[in-house]
Design a protein around this ligand. Structure first.
Ligand code: UN1
Length: 510
């Protein structure tokens, strides 16, 4: 092995770190500094195939362990995630650029999900179902589907992999995981956590690389379930590919064009807080981030003034600093997309209220000139169902203020007029307005007097319309990674005593 190869990190397949057959590599970059964090092996079809083979071979013996024995491996991961919380949080921040409290929160959310999944091993699985016949017992039991392919995004590079994998593993499936190509260091770190538990070879496998490797996992019919969280374009392709293949299960969770509705009955302290958090946390790069603020005309002047004041001054900077509110965007392609949508807003009839697209050099921290820096961009525009700016996800701090007049029905009509339906929030002190929103907002996650970010792992997480199918959280993942068996037992000693059966025969004879 040459020195150069020794400096690269491999895939984790069948309990070993392996290098790729093609010898191709890629680099991970710190979005705040442009510095290279490491060189990683790039999987080809051959490594994806090896990983799926390892997972398929390991399935039977892993399935045969008890739930509680399987969960023991996850508890070890749980303790590592907790004990190394700050260190792992800093790794998240260095690799995906979100500010340090969010980097740590990513790790917290990961152990929350591990705790849920491993704790669930001691809870009842399935149901006891009544039978028409006294001597018959019926049960609904679950069994693991087999190999689960997990394809995860860079914006929650530790949490979301655990949303998928913790539940899949405890339920008795084996896993092939491809982390996002922007965050391979987090991928490697998580794989090391699994390696350290001594989990049996082949139960957990990780391949590094791009969409072509992900596609190999999706296309492989030995992969029983694919769990995907990421862009709408890729998610829909995966759902379309697998939709027509019997025996393949798929859950895809994608983006949104989420909104915060501020009604005429809103408490504006809450409204400004909810809008700022929803639009600017993670630099607008959450699938639940809000890019639309639908605001009643009666409260618009005051809301506008206060929201703009925060957007003008919100601290963008070194994500490792505790004083930073917004770190950089993840990479140059996100910066370009943000610029493109801002340009389209400038060229439209919209009124630009805040334009911090290009940060002045004084706002860029020392030594960070190569980071992917942007600040908030806020514009006001009338609702127009034909305006693509109000329907397409940007994934950045690009926010439209959309005034409305009239009733809550009108606000919800505007809120719902997007192809997506992931998260939404309403700010109002009027319970009728809140209830109307709860019942009519076309979203999977609806919030009242809160930002539309911040879901907890024990809740269903996922959207409607183009935002997804299935949901990558707790109970919903159980559905995707298990099959149900209706198990019926005759307890009568004598088959003649199976009265119901005789009765049925009699009835048929009549
Ligand atoms: C995502 O943006 O992809 O609800 C997930 C939240 C987080 C998860 C976001 N718990 O904001």
């Amino acid at each position: 092995m040459s020195d150069e190869r020794a400096a690269t990190s491999g895939h984790y397949i069948d309990g070993e770190w392996v290098t790729g057959s093609a010898g191709e590599t890629f680099e991970s970059e710190n979005p705040a500094t442009g510095e290279t964090l490491g060189t990683f092996e790039r999987a080809t079809a051959s490594e994806a195939d090896r990983a799926v083979t390892a997972a398929a071979d390991a399935f039977e013996s892993w399935r045969d362990l008890s739930y509680i024995d399987r969960a023991e491996y996850l508890w070890e991961v749980f303790h590592e995630l907790r004990d190394r919380h700050d260190e792992l949080g800093a790794t998240v921040t260095r690799e995906c650029g979100k500010e340090i409290s969010e980097g740590r929160a990513d790790v917290t959310e990961a152990w929350h999900m591990v705790e849920w999944a491993a704790g669930n091993a001691r809870h009842p699985h399935g149901d006891v179902v009544p039978s028409e016949i006294a001597s018959k017992d019926s049960y609904m039991r679950r069994r693991p589907r087999g190999v689960v392919g997990c394809i995860t995004p860079w914006n929650f590079p530790v949490a979301i992999p655990f949303w998928h994998m913790a539940v899949a593993l405890v339920e008795g499936n084996t896993v092939v995981w491809k982390p996002a190509e922007q965050t391979p260091l987090c991928g490697e770190t998580v794989a090391q956590l699994f390696e350290a538990t001594g989990i049996p070879d082949g139960v957990f496998n990780m391949v590094q690389g791009y969409g072509d490797a992900g596609n190999e996992i999706v296309e492989d019919d030995r992969v029983d379930t694919v769990l995907f969280t990421g862009s709408a374009a890729v998610g829909h392709e995966i759902a379309d590919t697998l939709g027509g293949r019997p025996g393949r299960e798929v859950s895809v969770e994608m983006g949104g064009k989420n909104a915060v509705v501020v009604t005429d009955e809103a408490d504006l302290d809450i409204a400004v807080h909810a809008a700022v958090m929803s639009s600017f946390k993670t630099t607008g790069q959450r699938c639940v981030s809000s890019e639309r603020l639908v605001v009643h005309e009666d409260v618009l002047p005051e809301f506008r003034e206060r929201f703009v004041e925060v957007a003008d001054t919100v601290a963008v900077g070194d994500p490792l600093s505790e004083d930073t509110f917004m770190g950089p965007l993840v990479d140059e392609s996100q910066v370009e997309k943000f610029h493109e949508y801002n340009a389209r807003a400038r060229e439209s009839d919209a009124e630009v209220l805040v334009d911090r697209e290009e940060l002045p050099p004084t706002e860029i921290p020392d030594g960070h000139a190569d980071g992917h820096w942007v600040g908030p961009f806020v514009y006001e525009t009338d609702y127009d169902p034909e305006n693509p700016l109000l329907r397409e996800e940007v994934f950045g701090p690009h926010v439209a203020l959309i005034p409305y007049s009239g009733s809550i029905e009108r606000a919800v009509e505007i809120h719902n007029d997007v192809p997506y339906g992931l998260a939404g929030a309403i700010v109002s002190e009027d319970y009728r307005q809140l209830n109307y929103f709860r019942d009519h907002a076309e979203v999977g996650l609806a919030y009242a007097n809160l930002p539309c970010i911040g879901a907890e792992v024990q809740l269903p997480f996922g959207g409607v319309k183009k935002s997804g199918k299935g949901a990558p959280s707790a109970r919903e993942v159980i559905e995707a990674v298990t099959e149900r068996t209706a198990w019926t037992v005759n307890n009568a000693e004598d088959i003649e005593m199976a009265q119901g059966l005789s009765a049925e025969i009699t009835r048929r004879d009549e």
